[in-house]
Every structure is written in C-alpha cells, then in structure tokens.
Design a protein around this ligand. Sequence first.
Ligand SMILES: *[C@@H]1O[C@H](CO)[C@@H](O)[C@H](O)[C@H]1NC(C)=O
Ligand SMILES: *[C@@H]1O[C@H](CO)[C@@H](O)[C@H](O)[C@H]1NC(C)=O
Length: 188
Amino acid sequence: MKLKSPSSSTTIIFIFSISITIHLSSSESLLINSTCKAMAADSPNIKYGFCATSLQAAPASSCASTRGLATIAIRALRYNVTDTRCFIKQLLRRRGWEPYAKQCLGDCFDLYSDAIPTVRQAMKYYNERRFDDANVQLSSVMDAATTCEDGFADGDGVVSPLTKRNADAFQIGAMALSVVGMIRTGSG
Ligand SMILES: *[C@@H]1O[C@H](CO)[C@@H](O)[C@H](O)[C@H]1NC(C)=O
Ligand SMILES: *[C@@H]1O[C@H](CO)[C@@H](O)[C@H](O)[C@H]1NC(C)=O
C-alpha cells in the first residue's frame, strides 16, 4: 500500500502542471485576441468570439506569430473542409433523401472534394509568399461553401443539413483571407 504514495503525488504534480499550462495558454494569447479584434473590425464575416475560440484551439497557437496564425487558419480550413467532405459522404449513404436534397448533397460533395486540393494550393502559395494567388484559392473555398448552402436554399422546403458547416468553412476562410491580407500589407 505504501508503494502507492509516490505515484499519487506524481499524479498531483502532473495535474497541477496541466492546470498551469492551461492557465498560461489562455492568458498568453494576446496576439490572437488583438488579431481577431482587427479581423472582426475589418470584415463583417468574422466574429471575434469564433475567431478567438478557433485559433486558441489550434496546437501551439498561443506562441504563434502573425505569420504562424495565417498558417494555423489555413490549416484549420483544410481540417474543416476535409471533415465536412467526409460527413457529406456519410449522409449520402443514408436512404430516404428527397431527390432534390440528394442532388444538393451530391453537388456539395463535389464542391468540398475540390476544396481540399484548393486549400492545399492556398497553403503552398502562402508559403511562397504569393499572397494574391493564395487569396484567390481561399476565396474559391469560401465560394464553394456558399454555393453548397445556396443549392439547398433554392429548393422548396428543403432543409440544409450543412448550414453550420458551410458557415464555419466560410468564416474560417474569411479569417485566413484576412490574416494573409495583414501579412501582405505588413500590418501584421
Ligand atoms: C484573450 O481573450 C480571452 C477571451 O476571448 C480572454 O479570456 C483572455 O484573457 C484574453 N487574453 C489576453 C492576454 O488579453
Ligand atoms: C470547423 O472549425 C470551427 C472553428 O474552429 C469548429 O468550431 C468546427 O467544429 C469545425 N468543424 C469541423 C467539421 O471540423
């Protein structure tokens, strides 16, 4: 029984150091906060809370520079569209879709399938400091999310199962666009 005490004190130290880490990472995100504030002021498509939450959630973001935050935003966009493509694939396997809804889902699947290599290309251009080319790619991913959602809206009484995901992809795309813009103009 005595043997247990070292391991439990190790556990306590471990938990203690985790809580210090959590505390530091939430207070050290001054750059995330100020960048998100600037982005929200710059673009009506970006909400401060969404921006701060999604950047803070990314690994190593609390120590990132503005250039790092651009990489993080583009990467977050890639994760988002990749996940949504997979989600649509699962939805398409279900039976009982109205033909119109099924057609919309199929269109969205194609749009999101194309969006994945487009985000990769955006990252490549960004790394090559070809900022205008990166922006064209990022805008086209935002357009894909809008086009997907609009398809459902055009159908009579068809409810989009992708509204939140499309809005998220659109907003992260806007964030990536905005932070790349800051770097391009040297204001970041
Ligand atoms: C950044 O904003 C979050 C809320 O979004 C807040 O909890 C945190 O204290 C802020 N950090 C700094 C350094 O201002
Ligand atoms: C997309 O990103 C947002 C913001 O980080 C996040 O809240 C949401 O869960 C992500 N969605 C998917 C499907 O990855």
